[in-house]
Design a protein around this ligand. Structure first.
Ligand code: M6R
Length: 603
């Protein structure tokens, strides 16, 4: 979610680091920083909030000497967007400088321990525990200290470290966060993403988990021999991770979005979740008996799924509304009501207006947001970040999965404060933990869904139907299709068909029916029969193993079995893929659909 570049060689490091960071900025980072060691091993340390492209001229004027250095662009996931929280982070004596991608899950515990041992911290960022831990173990050899420090860390990391006390060396290590070495002539680069170095070298070595690379100006070593790999991507393709569009890249990141949202937060043995952002209001939440969920677009559909989850498993009465309507209503609230605002960007004007209205009423406000430090995150009383990483395509995909996973955790949090039994809590968090792997399995359907899109690309109208947890997914499937392919698509609850929509059904109006094997499966089958009886083609999304459905649907896409409340997290993935392939086949501008913008900051 952040970007790393490191350099060691014979050339001035700073311009190379700067151009590498600039190439990573397409992801929308919020702060950046550099550390370069000069010939006397004195560090030049520079950290700023904002975008590197806005400060490029000023940065190029800086006279920075030195042939070894590291740089970082930050997309905040914990700790506000401030100069201090930007990387590189350093130890007490400013000898060790480190940049990090990933999340240190046990940083609170390590920080408390290090403070007791006399370490002085400078930021709120989880990363800062790393240079202090390395300092603790440093006895003259940097890689040895890094090795010992990393043994204490839980979480994910890709790091690059340099030190005044063991100079002319760059140490890089990874665990679950990509890191590669770019091999040039008398120089080595380190990067989290090939985009950063592709204009410099295409010869790379990908580090594997638990590997530590020690790089000197003329050579390097890692624990195992690694083969050289040739990068075939163009620089433009590299920005999108090799995918033709950001939207496809972001759909492919959906398993990671679930994983990032739940990492370090679900406790299977306790059947509970730990949401640090709610600690300050946990006691107040016990008193709440009504929730209002407000959001727009895709985030609103996440709120609707949340309503089913919260009512069924936390036993709390919920009401969901879109920001643009809620802001003009006169909702009746009292001290036992809390409002939850859901937004990827945290900047959607209608959602913010609704939030401000609720603040005026004095009720507790919570945020579920992706962008750290966004207006919504700052103005709500408390909240949870979904940690999906930058979402660039206008169509929201992976953030939706992050929102759903967060709402499921929120349900367990509130449920366990109330009547939810240990066994039910365990069941939900353990099924939730399996979702990243199941989501990867669903993504393997991509070629099958592309074929389906080829078959249906000339139809002009689509119904999406679903019930209960998958009713909002029908709405999301339709929104995604219309948003990027400009086809007419409508989502409805299956039970509504006979109240009007059936009149439109004929052989030219296909229906996508979301019908996993759940408590409303039989009802959905009846709805499919209604469509078939009028000659409408049906594409069904069903649970693996359900062969019966083939008798009534024209096409079947299978998703793995999970808990009913979690099915939306899997059923939406094929719909995102379907919308994507339809838009590509119709030649549309997938990442930037006409008339739309990523963040709607006006009413
Ligand atoms: O940033 P937000 O989550 O508040 O944005 C809300 C909607 O504008 C957004 O979800 C929009 O509907 C997407 N383009 C849908 O793909």
């Amino acid at each position: 979610m952040c970007g790393i570049v490191g350099y060691i060689g014979k050339k001035p490091a700073f311009p190379i680091l700067l151009s590498g960071l600039k190439r990573l900025e397409y992801r929308g980072y919020d702060s950046y920083g550099f550390c370069v060691l000069n010939a006397q091993n004195e560090p030049f340390l520079y950290k700023r909030i904002g975008r590197i492209s806005d400060a490029e001229k000023e940065l190029l004027d800086l006279k920075v000497e030195g042939n070894i250095g590291e740089a970082h662009t930050r997309w905040a996931t914990s700790g506000a967007v401030t100069n201090k929280n930007a990387h590189p982070h350093f130890d007490c004596s400013k000898n060790i400088f480190l940049v990090h991608n990933g999340i240190i899950e046990n940083y609170q515990e390590l920080k408390e321990k290090l403070i007791k041992e006399g370490h002085k911290f400078n930021s709120e960022c989880d990363t800062e525990i790393l240079p202090h831990l390395i300092e603790k173990y440093f006895e003259g050899n940097l890689e040895e200290a890094v090795r010992k420090a990393l043994r204490e860390v839980k979480g994910t990391y890709g790091i690059a470290v340099i030190s005044k006390k063991d100079p002319q060396k760059l140490v890089a290590a990874r665990f679950s966060s990509p890191l590669l070495l770019g091999m040039g002539q008398d120089e080595t680069l380190v990067a989290s993403d090939p985009t950063a170095i592709i204009t410099h070298t295409r010869q790379v070595i990908n580090l594997d988990d638990n590997e530590i690379a020690v790089i000197n100006p003329n050579n390097f070593f890692i624990l195992k021999e690694k083969p050289l790999v040739q990068i075939e991507w163009t620089p433009e393709e590299a920005e999108k991770g090799g995918y033709p569009h950001f939207m496809l890249k972001e759909i492919m990141e959906e398993p990671e979005a679930i994983e990032n949202a739940i990492r370090g937060r679900v406790m299977v043995e306790d059947g509970s979740v730990k949401l640090g952002g709610l600690d300050v209001i946990a006691e107040k939440l016990r008193e709440i008996n009504r929730l209002i969920l407000v959001a727009c677009g895709t985030a609103h559909y996440a709120a609707q799924v949340g309503e089913y989850m919260l009512e069924e498993y936390a036993g709390i009465s919920c009401e969901v509304d879109i920001g643009s309507e809620f802001r003009y209503r006169k909702p009746i609230v009292d001290e036992k009501t809390a409002a939850i605002f859901i937004s990827q960007s945290g900047e959607t004007a209608d959602t913010l207006a609704a939030l401000r209205e609720m603040k005026k009423k004095g009720i507790l406000t919570l945020g579920i947001t992706n962008v750290v430090g966004s207006t919504q995150a700052r103005e709500t009383d408390a909240g949870v970040y979904i940690r999906s990483g930058p979402e660039i395509a206008v169509a929201s995909t992976k953030a939706f999965l992050g929102q759903l996973a967060t709402l499921a955790m929120f349900t367990v949090f509130l449920g366990r404060q109330r009547d939810m039994a240990l066994v039910m809590g365990k069941r939900i968090v353990s099924e939730l933990s399996k979702l990243p792997e199941l989501a990867k399995k669903v993504l393997k359907l991509a070629p099958e869904i592309e074929k389906l899109a080829k078959k249906y690309k000339d139809f002009k109208n689509f119904w999406f139907i679903g019930r209960k947890y998958n009713f909002p997914i029908a709405l999301e499937g339709a929104l995604k299709l219309k948003e990027i392919s400009y086809l007419h698509a409508e989502g409805i609850g299956g039970g509504e068909l006979k109240h009007g929509p059936l009149a439109l059904i004929d052989e030219n109006f296909p229906t996508i029916a979301i019908c996993p094997s759940d408590s409303v499966y039989e009802k959905m089958c009846s709805n499919i029969e209604e469509v078939k009886a009028r000659g409408g083609p049906v594409i069904a999304l069903a649970t693996e193993g359900n062969e019966e459905i083939k008798k009534i649907a024209d096409e079947v896409i299978y998703i793995p079995k999970t808990l009913e409340m979690l099915t939306p997290i899997l059923s939406v993935i094929p719909l995102h893929l379907f919308a994507y392939y339809m838009a590509v086949l119709l030649g549309k501008d997938v990442d930037k659909p006409r008339n739309l913008a990523k963040s709607i900051v006006v009413e």
